[in-house]
Design a protein around this ligand. Sequence first.
Ligand code: GDP
Ligand code: MG
Length: 360
Amino acid sequence: MALRDFFGRLRGGAPQPTPETPNPDPPAPVAEIPPPEPEAPPAEITPPEAEAPAKTGWFARLKAGLSRSTAKLTDSVVSLLHKRRLDDEALEELEETLITADLGVAASRRIVEGFRRTRFGKEVTDEEVKAALADEIAAILDPVAQPMEIIPARAPHVVLVVGVNGTGKTTTIAKLGRHYAEQGLKIGFVAGDTFRAAAVEQLQVWAGRTSARFFAPAKPGADAAGLAFDALTAARADGLDLLLVDTAGRLHNKSALMEELRKIIRVIKRVDESAPHSVLLVLDATTGQNAVQQVKVFKEMVDVTGLAVTKLDGSAKGGVVVALAQEFGLPVHVVGVGEKAEDLRPFAARDFARGLMGLD
Ligand SMILES: Nc1nc2c(ncn2[C@@H]2O[C@H](COP(=O)(O)OP(=O)(O)O)[C@@H](O)[C@H]2O)c(=O)[nH]1
Ligand SMILES: [Mg+2]
């Protein structure tokens, strides 16, 4: 029986879900993975109306979260095209504006070509511009808006979570874990970022709240691969459904990180040849184009199966999700618009595109 839920498809052996829930060369130092550039603090987020239906509440939150990106994008596009005929010059300026809003060269070109085909020589109203942009963006996002498929019958389904430090790996593990625990799955967290004591403690706190089994390193800096091996062995013996494995985001250089991640995968495969079943790369939207660079770097290291994009609430660079979709075509499973567990949500192309353009 296939059971669909918010975050993805749970297949086979899911224990009673709630009824309603439907480029760089290898030796380059890791320092070359651009670190997040912190932006100014995010605008205040209005919490969803308690009475409002879930979808409306969530959409309002997404829209509020994207408001800084929306302002950056729509203000410039609207002032650019206001009462102006869509001629070659206007379209060229539109392309530049979209690139500036982090949509990337390829996606910006594609969007402008769409405008050229359908609206060349016409004068368009501000609302038409926004709606048309939202449609073009949704068309780019649609193929990548795919839920993460969790198959509890794999006992456990193993998700390896990778990404640069500070992007939100540990928080995302905690939020995903809580969600699936609520679906009735037996969860385990593996604190594979063994060098940072704070990272281990952070995950332990979440494990306590979630009633997840927690697998900690024997001592700080203990071998992450050994930990993953022991954790998966125990998880199989205990009949866990889902094992979420945290990893370090930065070692002293890129080849060390690659070696570590590959070693974790190698030893996991000794316990279950089909694992890891998902390799989730977590990206921080506030880093804009650096996120694009991070995908390139991590794709060279491991077989990334999908993306989570966090901190859309704090970013004016949410347009980068469009660049990621166009450039890599990797599934975007979930997006984060805040620090609370309910702020991690499945990625929906049309909602995101309309939210980004400030439309309802
Ligand atoms: N505003 C906001 N903060 C987030 C989001 N996701 C994670 N964070 C915060 O980002 C910081 C780094 O997250 P963490 O999970 O420790 O990153 P890690 O180093 O990749 O494990 C923490 O303070 C999180 O609370 C999000 O979607 N929105
Ligand atoms: Mg962490």
